[in-house]
Ligand binder design. Sequence first.
Ligand SMILES: [Zn+2]
Length: 233
Amino acid sequence: MDIWQVQSKVTDSWMWRQLLKVRDMVLNRFGGRNNLQSAIENCHINGKLRISAIYNALTLPATYAAWSDTIWGGLHYPKHSVILWLNTLSRLLTKDRLCKMGILNENQCILCSAQQETSKHMFFECQFSAHIWNEIMEWSDYSWRSCNWDQIISWYSTNLKGKGYMKKIKRMTLSATVYWIWKERNLRIFQGRMHTSDQLVREIKTSILSKVLKRENAYIRPVSEGDKNFNFI
Ligand SMILES: [Zn+2]
């Protein structure tokens, strides 16, 4: 009997049917068996399976709520939000995941050819994407700097919540950067073409500015003090 596939029958005990229901809910939340098994593997600390780590992994919706504004609330392009959302849930099909699924047998990062491709490496520990993200942080006039994904998403979720206009623009910087880096990775793998990191920085700035200009054309809005800190040039 395969515990991942067995279906409940009306003749099964109540307890067994409840266990299978929970299994299906968890599988659904993690987007399949491979993701769930990989999440459970991450719950091992010093070779031991930690119940507290499993609890944290299973309470994903509480964490997700904190990301909500970062991912969906703002001036985001929908396609940028979707890629950011998938990455936040660790569901982008990066090479490390494809290797675990047995689909690929090499996981070299196509952006730097020096490290293994994982989502945390690609956003933004990779030297290629770190250069882009540092440029975008500089452009956004951030007083902090980090290329660590967990720190970035936590900072965004904590400090860029709310409806302020500049916060919405700054939220765009993350979704646009993630989108363009993921697009560049796919362009290199599937089409054999490439851009430089500086070209991508320009694409990211252009996509943000064009959204801002479209909005500015929709209505005239007085410039606030906060806006003056954001250098669009
Ligand atoms: Zn890399």
